[in-house]
Ligand binder design. Sequence first.
Ligand code: ATP
Length: 364
Amino acid sequence: STTPVTPQSAQALSLQGIEHRFGANRVVKGIDLEIAPGEVMCLLGPSGCGKTTLLRIAAGLEPVQQGRVALDGHEVAGPNRAHLPPEKRSVGLAFQESALFPHLSVLENVTFGLKHLARRERIPRAMELLTQLGMADYAERYPHMLSGGQQQRVALARALAPSPRLMLLDEPFSSLDARLRDRIRDDTLHVLKTLGTATLLVTHDPEEAMFMADRIALMRDGRILQVGTPFELYCLPTDPFVVTFFGEVNELSGVVKGGEVATPMGMVKADWLEDETPVRVMIRPEALSVRQRARAGVEPHRHSHVIMAKLLGRSSLLHLCAHGSDGEEAHLHARVPGVYLPAPGEEVDIALDHSQVFIFPCRD
Ligand code: ATP
């Protein structure tokens, strides 16, 4: 279904044609991105791809060199308008090392951003956010009396308390240990969704992006490669880099013949590509299911065997050698659920889940 375009449905954030250079280094290369009201968008990508720079441009911390930034349909930086400073943009900011004011209590840190509210409304509002983030009991403490994770929660409460129209979060969970991180992510997402706050969250962690995001924008080298829901990026990737960014993949090469590509595990459909197109066949380790050979010698030309098996905990990783009907060999990693540790040399049958196989034409 489509939503009619009305003034009410103005995008919370709209970035158009954003370019950015540091000296001769072009770090943002023509980016367009829109965040709908209430939407959580994750900017995902490897270190140095320009995520933080783009976030800082949205916040007004970095001047716009080229392009246009609009909040709620109002241009705040661009050709038609001088740069609106960060404090006038109604955006909440929280960064990896968000510093709290050391001489103010937790409660005072959070009420600090509420000067626009009447005095008697400030404390209830601050306590509401501290409660939602599990920090109400610490209201009277000072920052140095808190753990890193607790400080992070207070920083989030401080950023959210003024009800910004847009939250900008740069790796807000990365300094936390894994268990704590999961809980704070959970609480933060809950608060963002309860308040309906549009959010742009920078992360280099694909799992964090999948958990937090309504949509993900995957960046590489200053450009956005794909924007979509976690499902779309994981299951319908439009670029080989998108596939590899979400985890290790097996890669084979092949050529399209009659709308198909031959692999040691059988034919894979590629009927949208012209015949004789050289292709990369990308196979997630989870796409391979492995079974002990039912009967020896059924298809002697297609026997595959185990090179090594390792237990990883919830899954087992198998290093396999697969033999195709044309006699070609392929070395593959398979990740199978549970404990499955066949001996090296054991013959196995390999089946392919075609929904986790991706084919891209080779580019040179
Ligand atoms: P990370 O995940 O490591 O924070 P990122 O994707 O956020 O990376 P940016 O911080 O936006 O990347 O940096 C993009 C590029 O711009 C990098 O090559 C970086 O070295 C460069 N850069 C960033 N800030 C500046 C600056 N103030 N002056 C010069 N170069 C900069």
